[in-house]
Design a protein around this ligand. Structure first.
Ligand code: SF4
Length: 134
């Protein structure tokens, strides 16, 4: 899982052309949106490209956005259950923090079950982002 996330983070880096997570991102939105760099202004996700070219309808595209939002919320909920409640950090950082913690056989069965669920749901989110947005 960690390797998959690392690949995902690397991919975002390559697309935006600079280090991620961006320090201007507050966990929900860009704090410098009006003054964001040119590569941010020029970035068009695959979904928007599809709408602009007519390959996908706006209605269908909004459905994909809702799908990704719901999946991100599922991931956030699991992170909260696992004690990672810093809502201002990027999901990738929060996930890294949780996964870096070494496996401890003394952790409760419930904790380990939630951690496995987080791995699975995060992978699912990456697949959605990779498939429709990147
Ligand atoms: S849009 Fe804002 S938060 Fe996003 S990468 Fe650009 S500067 Fe950072």
């Amino acid at each position: 899982m960690k390797t998959l996330m690392a690949k995902g983070i690397k991919k975002i880096r390559q697309i935006n052309g600079f280090t991620q997570p961006c320090p201007a991102f507050d966990g929900k939105m860009c704090r410098v949106y009006a003054l964001r760099p040119r590569h941010c202004r020029d970035f068009v996700c695959r979904l928007l490209e599809g709408v602009q070219s007519g390959a996908i309808t706006m209605k269908a595209a909004l459905g994909k956005v809702r799908l990704a939002s719901r999946q991100a919320e599922t991931v956030r909920e699991l992170m909260r259950k696992l004690g990672q409640t810093d809502e201002t950090s990027a999901l990738s950082c929060r996930l890294g923090e949780i996964m870096e913690r070494p496996y401890d056989p003394m952790d409760s069965v419930q904790y380990n079950r939630e951690r496995r669920r987080l791995m699975f749901q995060s992978q699912k989110l990456m697949q959605i982002l990779d498939r429709y947005f990147l």
